[in-house]
Design a protein around this ligand. Structure first.
Ligand SMILES: O=CC(=O)O
Length: 309
């Protein structure tokens, strides 16, 4: 009998791939526990999931994906359980979301759309004035797969591109300049694009000092995870005009969004949809199935998160 893999969440787009990838290797069983407590009972010896060897996990807001901050990796590792994610599969979709937020905030397009829906048909006034992207200095914080895609997509806009990372990425285009010192990096920016994973080390990474080092009127775009920015410090800086705008796909307490942000007309907000398109979702779901296959057949795999390698 094939070992069992528990489907915690649905295969929306890669359903047809499941048989091709896991046929004969694993039996996919649906998650039927009605509560967390029941799930723990079901996993205990003798329970209906006591013999599962793998879990496909889709979480309400984090889902399968590149970010794995919602998974207790340390606890899993301590029990000899491997955790893998789906890097690469999310890069394009997330970078395109970041570019949308960059353009929308610079040009005040959210304000324009809301104004049109409310019966207006005028451009933003002086208070809300839009700015052009060309010639602006855009800095990417975190030069991994998503950051690289962002750099390539933003280059044709004629921006000066900088990046800050723990170390230089040899794949970065030569005209995208590495700045090793964080405050020297931040001080030059018109726009900060945040693309670092959330971990205990990066929680609150962009705080009061970092925001206040940026120029007055500058913009922050965040498609990574909400808590890498000190949301309170960001809101204060928006309120007193130090920040000109923000474009956010992620928030500190998802799915809650701070009312003060919702009330600001000159910023752009999205409900964590960075990877939400059929093609990217299918790639992510498929990658998760490939991860399970690799793990079940070889005991390892290319997408094991660094802590588990
Ligand atoms: O948020 C989405 C991801 O981490 O891939």
């Amino acid at each position: 009998m094939a070992p069992k893999v528990l489907l915690m969440g649905e295969l929306f787009w890669a359903g047809p791939d499941a048989e091709e990838l896991l046929g004969g290797i694993a039996e996919l069983v649906p998650m039927e526990s009605q509560s967390r407590e029941e799930f723990f009972q079901d996993c205990a010896p003798g329970g209906r999931y006591s013999d599962i060897v793998g879990i496909y996990h889709e979480h309400l807001s984090d889902k399968i994906g590149a970010g794995y901050d919602s998974v207790g990796v340390k606890a899993a590792k301590a029990r000899g359980i491997g955790v893998s994610n789906t890097p690469g599969a999310v890069d394009k979709a997330t970078a395109i979301t970041a570019v949308f937020l960059l353009v929308a905030t610079m040009r005040r397009f959210s304000w324009c759309e809301a104004n049109l829906r409310a019966g207006g048909f005028n451009p933003p006034g002086v208070e809300e004035s839009a700015r052009d992207l060309s010639g602006k200095t855009v800095g990417i914080l975190g030069m991994g797969g998503i950051g690289l895609k962002m750099a390539n997509y933003i280059r044709p806009f004629g921006c000066n591109l900088l990046y800050h990372n723990r170390r230089p990425n040899s794949l970065a285009p030569p005209d995208v300049k590495y700045v090793s010192e964080l405050y020297e990096f931040l001080g030059q920016l018109d726009v900060l694009m945040v693309s670092i994973p959330l971990s205990e080390k990066t929680r609150g990474f962009v705080g009061v000092k970092e925001i206040r080092t940026m120029k007055k009127g500058s913009i922050i775009v965040n498609t990574a995870r909400g808590p890498v920015i000190d949301e309170e410090a960001m809101i204060k800086a928006l309120q007193d005009g130090h920040l000109g705008s923000v474009g956010l796909d992620v928030f500190t307490k998802e799915p809650e969004v701070d009312q003060r942000l919702k009330d600001m007309k000159h910023i752009t907000l999205l409900p964590h949809v960075g990877t939400e398109n059929q093609e990217a979702r299918r790639k992510m779901e498929r990658t998760a199935l490939v991860n399970l296959k690799e793990f079940l057949t070889t005991g390892t795999g290319p997408n094991l998160v660094p802590e588990c390698q």
